[in-house]
Design a protein around this ligand. Sequence first.
Ligand code: ATP
Ligand code: MG
Length: 230
Amino acid sequence: ELPPVRGDIRFENLVFEYEKGRPALRGIHLDVKAGQSIALVGHTGSGKSTIINLLCRFYDPVQGRVTVDGYDLRDVTLQSLRSQIGIVLQDTFIFSGTIRDNIRYGRLDASDEEVEAAAKAVHAHDFIMALPNGYDTEVEERGSLLSMGQRQLLSFARALLADPRILILDEATASIDTETEVRIQEALKTLLLGRTSFIIAHRLSTIRNADRIVVLDHGRLMEAGTHDEL
Ligand code: ATP
Ligand code: MG
């Protein structure tokens, strides 16, 4: 059982292959302090998602290990690990139900006040209030009523409410207008505050805002530093 963590994460000489003889990670060493935000960048196939897969323990490494607060992931239960990791995916998961239920997903005990506070914190409140029935507006699966940017903000509100110590964010690639972009960046800052986070980043603005940028190439860690250093 993994106790509630601070969120210090170490990837120690990680080697991993999905298929024998075809390494997807070739010796990754990365030390992440609690509360840091890491932007993962690199070409397609460089190993970004694989790092995340090992952190969530969808797979075990072939060599090396991943630790959280010093605990080897292999020694803790999946439930106690994954309950402390929040994941915001590119293709934001919206289910048919009200906006409120969509935000509350994963924190079913949250009050209406808590739901609205989370939405306000990520600048989603205004667009929600402009919907026909506000928080009680029914959205369809895949959220056809909502724009890409709105769906993103909704998923931020959901993650903020769940309040995980560790956050993984696979940033959407879809183009959005400048105003929404600014709002999303502000919301992102709020969301990342005090969490250890890994962002598979596609936007330059996101990369700039990360504490550290990690560049992967063919399963190797090429560089790690701040935006100004690189
Ligand atoms: P992208 O930017 O396209 O998402 P990525 O950096 O996330 O790329 P990974 O998905 O981590 O790249 O893939 C790393 C390597 O592992 C690639 O060579 C890829 O073909 C391989 N790979 C990824 N997933 C699997 C899988 N499920 N089975 C076999 N090989 C895989
Ligand atoms: Mg990927």
